[in-house]
Design a protein around this ligand. Structure first.
Ligand code: OGA
Ligand code: NI
Length: 364
């Protein structure tokens, strides 16, 4: 059995002092400190880092148009989930102005003085606040990125003391944006359910609720400029532990890469589109019909990059296992049930680790 099943749930403090990557980047260093240098097999190839300037690039994740009929949108979602685990949505209903507004507000937050940002420093207990690392392993490799993490739902998990008071509109616009994206997640879960041949509310019910009582959190990631982007990663390869992720990413400064058939494909967001991927909990509920896919973030020397991820998750206290409706004698359950709260605990200790965690739930 993997050792991370024995994680103590008392993750009170980070094991080492936290240094914001932004402060390293802005110090003017010309080499990446050792802690951020990845072993050679994990480094991005130079071509990957440059691919956003390459017009001949032909691969991109599929697009799903939510203005299409439910039948054709569900078919597009099914194909995208089976082939990629990732897609981008257009006509998604989240207002353009709101998307721009929330990105601008967080861009402004990350430009605030370092001392001010530090006053929101987070701890591994809840992750809420300003942080620069995932996982609590002493001496772990670090990623070239800072973030701000917030709980959105349930309302009882929201701690306004952790929310920035600057810029002044940050809280309001983030909550409005969060509400719209949560609504979108509800629509996406219905499409996913239909695409699996299940009742429209199947996945939402498996998650333990509807829009008002579901669980959602938000992570704003800030990837500063990096003097040696070929040696490090903004975010190491991982699959998302939860249900569904909706990402607002820059359509000019690229960085997100998805693993497909052993290669890393750089995602090029269409202007105004949102990027969607399924997390480990959907892999477990669908018994592997839809798989969470590994992704990572590469950084670059010329521009910083900001992304905003909303994670829509099952309730913490529900046992999540393969849906009986999807099991047959030929397709027995592949994963053992676990509550999402328990699952999150070992993710929090181990940090981004490819697909190790969901693989560990395998029954065979
Ligand atoms: C994440 C993630 C991608 C990005 O936060 O889980 O994969 O582009 N983010 O920041
Ligand atoms: Ni992710």
């Amino acid at each position: 059995m993997h050792t991370f099943f024995n994680v103590s749930p008392t993750l009170e403090e980070w094991p080492e002092p936290i240094v914001p990557v932004q402060s390293i980047s802005e110090s003017g260093i010309t080499t990446v400190p050792d802690r951020y240098v990845k072993p050679p097999p994990d480094r991005p190839a130079a071509a990957d880092t440059l691919s956003y300037a390459d017009d001949t690039w032909t691969h991109n994740i599929p697009t799903v148009d939510l203005a299409a009929s439910a039948t054709s949108a569900a078919a597009a979602v099914s194909a995208a989930c089976r082939e990629w685990g990732f897609f981008q949505v257009v006509n998604h209903g989240v207002g353009e102005g709101r998307m721009r507004g929330v990105r601008d507000a967080w861009g402004e937050f990350f430009r605030l003085p370092a001392e001010l940002k530090r006053s929101y420093a987070n701890a591994p207990t809840t992750y809420e606040g300003y942080g620069s690392r995932l996982g609590t392993e002493v001496g772990a490799e670090l990623d070239w990125g800072d973030y701000f993490f917030l709980n959105l739902l349930p309302e009882s998990a929201k701690d306004y003391a952790k929310w920035p008071t600057e810029p002044p509109n940050c809280r309001e616009i983030t909550e409005e944006y969060g509400r719209e994206v949560v609504k979108l997640c509800g629509a996406l879960l219905r499409l996913l359910s239909i695409s699996l041949g299940l009742g429209a509310d199947f996945l939402e019910r498996s998650f333990g609720g509807a829009e008002e009582v579901g669980a959602a959190c938000l992570r704003v990631s800030y990837y500063p400029k990096c003097p040696q982007p070929e040696l490090t990663l903004g975010l190491s390869a991982h699959s998302d532990p939860g249900g569904l992720t909706v990402l607002s990413a820059d359509d000019r400064v690229l960085g997100l890469q998805v693993r497909k058939a052993g290669r890393w494909i750089t995602v090029r967001p269409l202007p105004g589109a949102l990027i969607v991927n399924v997390g480990d909990q959907i892999q477990v509920i669908t018994n592997g019909i839809y798989k969470s896919v590994e992704h990572r973030v590469v950084v670059n020397a010329v521009a910083e990059r900001l992304s905003i991820a909303v994670f829509y998750n099952p309730r913490n206290d529900l046992l999540i296992g393969p849906a009986p409706e999807l099991l047959t004698p030929e397709q027995p359950p592949l994963y053992r049930p676990m509550t999402y709260g328990e699952y999150r605990m070992f993710i929090r200790k181990n940090g981004p680790k490819g697909k190790v965690q969901v693989e560990s739930l395998k029954t065979v």
